[in-house]
Design a protein. Structure first.
Length: 172
């Protein structure tokens, strides 16, 4: 039976060398200065701005999305609050209506003629009317409407000369 050569164990006395996962970049000790240094910096800034622009748009869109969600949730909370207030007012109305009905029933029960008569005698000192206290009055059957004694005179249309003539007749 054949065994594979490596099963996780080493049979040698020296350990196996590990390979690095990446190779580090070697930077020279001296940087070369060139006349295009300013151009390179400007280009690198432009590239940085180009890379930053999509990220800024993404952040802006996310912020706008959260603002929209916040506005929707705020509107829903206002609706819920007004609904709860309406339900509370309905509950108060029904409680007041029940109390009103109970008070009406109590008033109807207390409005008994015997109770009214008893409270009038006890609290107000009233008595029932006797036959000796009744007085009858006889009124003559006379017509109290007066008729008009003066006659009304309707004036006819007269012209100016007739008015002057009647005026002179009245004076003389």
């Amino acid at each position: 039976m054949a065994y594979p050569r490596y099963q996780g164990y080493q049979y040698e006395t020296s350990p196996r060398k590990l390979q690095p996962e990446y190779t580090p970049k070697k930077q020279p000790y001296e940087k070369k200065k060139s006349s295009t240094g300013k151009k390179v910096k400007a280009q690198s800034k432009k590239q940085a701005k180009r890379k930053l622009k999509p990220k800024a748009k993404l952040v802006l869109y996310l912020a706008m999305g959260f603002m929209v969600l916040f506005a929707i949730s705020y509107q829903n909370s206002l609706i819920t609050e007004s609904f709860n207030q309406k339900e509370e007012l309905k509950a108060n109305l029904s409680a007041i209506e029940k109390e009103n009905e109970q008070l009406k029933i109590n008033i109807e029960k207390s409005l008994n003629l015997n109770k009214v008569e008893q409270s009038a005698k006890e609290l107000l000192g009233m008595q029932k009317l006797d036959n000796s206290q009744k007085i009858y009055i006889s009124l003559p059957k006379k017509d109290y409407i007066e008729t008009e004694t003066q006659e009304t005179i309707l004036e006819e249309k007269t012209n100016l000369w007739q008015k002057i003539k009647s005026l002179f007749e009245d004076i003389f």
